[in-house]
Design a protein around this ligand. Structure first.
Ligand SMILES: [Fe+2]
Length: 311
């Protein structure tokens, strides 16, 4: 995505290759202490708290003013993830599809970020809350006064990785919200999958689902490549140690690094993701398993496969 987003007038033709949802709107992570959490995410990324209500703090990019992350007081793990409909028709189409599938759906904007005209929420098979919003405007609010200055990072949303014992059930359910498979690995001898990378827009994935104990493995935010290297340099000053990285992912073709927040929530920071188009066919991963995590070689520490948030 460009450093400065401009409102783009989509046409029926462009929506064919971009999909009905604009991607992840924002992700809300649970933290035991809201003030400590807000301070940590500000120190790491320069995110600015623009709203606090009902135990949730909403944090925006200083460059665009767009809310990209929320923190919810109490516990750890995922509160909810929200995806943004490109227009009212796309929002209504998803609501109708959920209705036809007799999915229990909660409607209303009471628990989402400010600026939503409408919102719907479902519980996915892992037990997590997924939301779709219809925003009052897709254009970001603009630079945050006093926060947009040299060194400010243009932070955007990226994706979420969940672990579950039934990757196929999650994949099928998320199909109701418009998600499509980008890359997958099957579970030998079964109809199921070991991994699914799913997209709901023109970029490679907004949700990755891997086999494992139910839970949220990490939440990913995105910056431009030049900001990615600057962030790494900033860690020298902030004394925040990376858990893993910098690395190069195969799926999505991004630079990536991982950190744990003070409460052990795992955060991924990536560079811009590969654009494949919404009409990209589901593709089996044809490479060695190690290659998908890091094309440069070094593989994750043991914590990767033993530690993530259960909720
Ligand atoms: Fe990831």
């Amino acid at each position: 995505m460009p450093r400065f987003e401009h409102p783009i007038k989509d046409t029926p033709a462009s929506l064919q290759w971009k999909g009905p949802l604009a991607g992840t709107d924002h992700t809300v992570i649970r933290v035991p202490d809201l003030d400590v959490g807000v301070a940590w995410y500000r120190r790491l990324l320069g995110l600015v708290e623009v709203e606090r209500s009902a135990g949730r703090a909403f944090l925006a990019s200083p460059v665009t003013g767009r809310i990209v992350l929320g923190l919810s007081e109490g516990g750890t793990g995922l509160d909810y993830v929200s995806f943004r409909a490109r227009n009212a028709e796309a929002f209504e189409a998803i609501a109708t599809k959920l209705d036809e599938a007799k999915t229990r759906t909660a409607l209303g904007v009471a628990t989402t970020r400010p600026g939503a005209l409408d919102a719907l929420r479902v519980t996915v098979p892992t037990g997590h809350a997924f939301e779709v919003i219809h925003p009052d405007a897709d254009a970001p609010a603009g630079p945050v006064e006093g926060e947009y200055r040299p060194g400010a990072l243009d932070v955007r949303t990226s994706h979420l990785q969940l672990r579950t014992t039934d990757v196929k059930a999650m994949t099928d359910f998320l199909g109701l919200l418009g998600f499509r498979s980008s890359t997958f690995v099957t579970l030998p001898g079964t109809e199921g999958y070991f991994i699914q990378f799913l997209r709901v827009n023109e970029y490679h994935h907004q949700v990755a689902i891997l086999t494992g104990q139910h839970g949220v493995h990490h939440v990913a935010l995105e910056v431009d490549e030049v900001d990615f290297w600057q962030l790494l340099d900033n860690l020298v000053v902030t004394k925040m140690a990376a858990e893993y990285g910098p690395i190069r992912h195969h799926e999505g073709n991004m630079l990536s690094m991982y950190l744990r927040d003070p409460f052990k929530n795992r955060i991924e920071i990536t560079s811009s993701m590969e654009m494949v188009g919404f009409d990209y066919p589901p593709t089996p991963a044809g490479h060695e398993p190690w290659y998908h995590m890091n094309m440069w070689g070094p593989q994750p520490p043991h914590t990767w496969e033993t530690e993530w948030m259960e909720s």
